[in-house]
Ligand binder design. Sequence first.
Ligand code: URP
Ligand code: ZN
Ligand code: ZN
Length: 459
Amino acid sequence: MSLLIKNGRIITAADDYVADIFIENDKISTIGTNLDIKADQVIDAKNKFVIPGGIDPHVHLDMPFMGTYSSDNYETGTSAALFGGTTMVIDFVLQTQGKSLYSALNEWKGRSDGNAVGDYSFHMAVTDFNEETKSEIKDMIEKEGITSFKTFMAYKGALMIDDKQMVGLMNEVKKQGGMVTTHATNGDMIDYLVAKHKSEGKLSPLYHYLSQPEITESEASNRFADMAHHTGVPAYIVHMTSENALNHIRDAAKRNQKVFVETCIQYLVLDASVYDKGFESAKWVMSPPIREKKDQAGLWAGINQGSVQVVATDHCPFMLEQKKMGEKDFSKIPNGSPAIENRMELLFSEGVLKNKISLNKFVEVSSTNAAKIFGMYPQKGTIAVGSDADIVILDPNEKHTISAKTHHMNCDYSSYEGWEITGKCKTIILRGKVAVDNNKLLVEKGYGKFIKRNKFSLV
Ligand code: URP
Ligand code: ZN
Ligand code: ZN
């Protein structure tokens, strides 16, 4: 199979030029102007942007959580991702406390094997660090190609580990060449505030927001960065929402420490007024919660300064019926919201077209940096000879309206219902195959491949 993309404006994290791309089988084989090569399929990309396929390193598909399961599975989640220009996702395998990492991995393989439409990988979430878990880290990295280890500093009793376990894990992961990532919020403080609000009869979704003030995040981010500095492990904080948390990491970076920051699209474009809507606000109940306009501004600035490297989604959708589990008690609302399909187009429309970030920065934070940080570059995350032909052809002028009626995520609401967006991911190529064209899915479940990742290697 060969494919020739003609006349597109190719944007990578570093470049911006017009050229043709020739693809043989699953790889990019030639890039040049006026390529005169016969191909099985030719696509004219004149006046369109040609960018690397998006990589979303923070999604939860088919995840058992808070007494239910996230509503997108591997098939629906990765195909919705493709429609939105994301060709690869990294999901989280969650260890069950008291059981091994391998038993969790086998469970997740059971859900994902043969079901994904787009490419995927796993982070391993260590929820119980002990001698057995410690002995599994090396094999996760060397045999399974799972090189990042997720921790939770909140969700006590289910996912949270304490600082003693954290430091033990960091030392082992450092030794084996991996990276430790975290959900950085102070679980004990949050549990205290949740109990306090409930005892006062404050039970609406607004109190989810009020139970996780900014300090719960900034304190934990600072603590995590200090522990990572002490152990020397490469570190990554997922879904950062707040200016003060980011300021702690700016300080940590002065020590020349490898500590990376991810934010998510919702924290850049929404503010805490979403919690003023009565029970409808359950749609935006996620952890950490959506914050203030000053935090949005801080995060956009962080992206431009290079202190926020990745924009992900934390895609964790639940149907409205599932959200109703917390109708009488905000602490029972399953945490999470849908976004896997919206990230690239929202970031382009709200970020690039509103002059908050450049085109190169858009590519960097939506694809290239995730590939570099998580050990997949240059196989993924760029447009270069020898790279996987994961390519998005984006029409920068096409307008459309986001709606649950037309999205492909298995979720009966949209966090952005009615938002008018400019810029549409028209043609999505995954490993040399046209996977989506003009809103039609052209690959089947099972096409998505598990991508083994390399050890951490950034200097
Ligand atoms: O609310 C969220 N973020 N749900 C998914 C689990 C997590 O904390 O990332
Ligand atoms: Zn989290
Ligand atoms: Zn998450």
